[in-house]
Design a protein around this ligand. Sequence first.
Ligand SMILES: [Zn+2]
Ligand SMILES: [Zn+2]
Length: 785
Amino acid sequence: MQYVTSIVPVPADLLRRQATHVETIPARPGRPVDWPSWVPSALRAALRSGGVERPWAHQAAAADLAHDGTHVVLATGTASGKSLGYLLPALTRLLVDERATVIYLSPTKALAADQLRAVNSLDLPGVRAAAYDGDTTREEREWVRDHARFIFTNPDMIHHAMLPGHGRWTRVLRRLAYVVVDECHAYRGVFGSHVAHVLRRLRRLAARYGAEPTFVLASATSGDPAGSASRLTGLPIEAVTEDASPRGALTFALREPPMLEDTETRKSALSETADLLTDAVINGTRTLAFVRSRKAAEIVASMASRALDEAVPGLGERVAAYRGGYLREDRRRIERALLAGELLGLASTNALELGVDLVGLDAVLICGYPGTRASLWQQAGRAGRAGGDALAVLIARDDPLDMYIVHHPSSVFGRPVEATVLDPANPYVLGPQLCCAAAEAALTPRDLELFGPGAEAAVEGLTASGALRRRPTGWYWTRPGTPDVDLRGTGGAPVSVVESATGRLLGTVDAASSHAMLHEGAVHLHQGASYVVDVLDLDDATALVHAADPDYSTHARDVIDLSVVSVRSYVDAGPVGLFLGDVDVTSQVVSYQRRRIGSGEVIDTRPLDLPPRELRTVAVWFTISPRELARAGLAWADVPGALHAAEHAAIGLLPLMATCDRWDIGGLSTAGHQDTDAPTVFVYDGHPGGAGFAERAYATATAWLGATREAIAACACETGCPSCVQSPKCGNGNNPLHKPGAVAVLDAVLAALPQPVPSQAVPSQSQAGEPDLGRRPGQAAECGP
Ligand SMILES: [Zn+2]
Ligand SMILES: [Zn+2]
């Protein structure tokens, strides 16, 4: 049987059914411009023969700036051809200056490999492009050091290999003309903060050898790309954001799965996705469904396949789960099958999201909000063959953020995507990074400026602790070898995840997250593949795992205790106080739940025996006086449940304001905390020293808590559900929760807080006006990250 596969087969009315909102984003014509005059004719000819007739305006604008030596970030949509923006200046320099070098950094090996292949296909004389990553053999590494001019690598290799061994890289560093940072929005949170210092270390050593490279960054559309890129590199950056590539119209539908008849439960997002995929395939629409894990991808593909076979025997074969990982051959095979129309439906993990181009799709189904508007647009941007019209559908999961978004379309449409949050000043990142820098070459007082305002104090602390030694020529690393610093962690040795059967190191997990993510029995996802943890050896910092595809997910539970160390900033709003400060959190993972994938049904809860962990971090918190709570109509007995419910929803909604995941954040609520002497809700960064999330929450408090209030109030449930105030990671088993009370609390807080929240520095010495941090015993409703 032959199915119609016209270029624009979007069954809009089919997918509009039951949508909470449908947004139409109009088509846009492309705006090509002439080649910049400085592009050598050989390069133009090579690009033309590769199918690029002329650049789009944004590509030329970024290239012009970079060519002039201006640091630039190109922040435009998926498939807008950002690479030409950096390839033009980089390749031009390599062609006209035969000793110049360029370093290209990518967050994924696959993307670097794609870019390297694209450069090699241009077949330009003397460019000598090469990959330098974990797979590069020793001989190849030597060749790269001695001969390569366009080096495709990643921040880890720069950190672990190039900078510590800089003496062998002088040829590259001395003539370093450009540093290209691709997909730079991936560098966020703790990892981003580390990478920010790796780039500063690279700049410092390049400068020692006499080079001041121009930075060219490429980013998905993001809020304040110039600001984020500047924080990442420490340099002034100009942004090019106007996308001049052509685009077909995009119809974007938001929908919530319906309630199951005669129940209080909703149809699962996975089966809703499978149903939509089925409908789309019957219509001949080439569709990709994004889900969280490979297991989920398999479930969606097999559900759709079965339904299709029932409708038309044989049709089920035209749906597949995409398990190819990053292998180019697999991608090409699937692309060919899609283009030929042999394959119509694909379910994949969002591993495909980062930079990898899979063309030939008409529609994209996004099962669950991917966490950021940036990712949402990145995934939706996959739809639209050759500029043809396209369809995207976001299917909400049982989660307050998802539900809020499908009922508040303005939270995703017509507003900029989030700013990428990173905090290079985090002392838990800055200190280790300064040690790395000192080990590479003694730190001078002038160097400290490069590492930011906290660097001086950090160096003094490191000197006092004996890690660094002050000599007339600067600060020196005193210990043998190089500092052992993991770019993805803060403090504590990262835990290695090792596959027992093969001894293969799958990756590492930040010590801070290891108890919750790698406890015995935990399902560990690695690049979409799943493993089950057999042993977590804390002394050895190793978790042994075996490959397995269980039909359940695991959810760790912990109990926490929190004390306030100091207040950084606060707003005194009468009966309500809003605070940002440093806190000590003690948490202990005590058990975990196993839940069926798809239905979310709890299979069982199993106890764990893990020691408590201490965390010094940054928190935002609000207090509200008991009298004000009474005025809001709350019975005192309902206060713990009201605060607890508000805390859960507030954690769930914070990713709307900052590029974090709810798993990056923890919280605690209590009707009376010893340090605040009032009913209090704390929300804290789950990373030692903080990763910038609490600051962001404080700065956007009225918008954040306003959205939280809306999410709770709009939920149709009566007593609270996973779509509003229940949390998947509550340490207290979601008890107590008081949904209407949470709305009352948030109303009272929002009525009292000024808009917007002014920031007010706290005097360093205790004096009049400082908030009362007196003690009063209270009952804590605790839940941790
Ligand atoms: Zn609800
Ligand atoms: Zn809780």
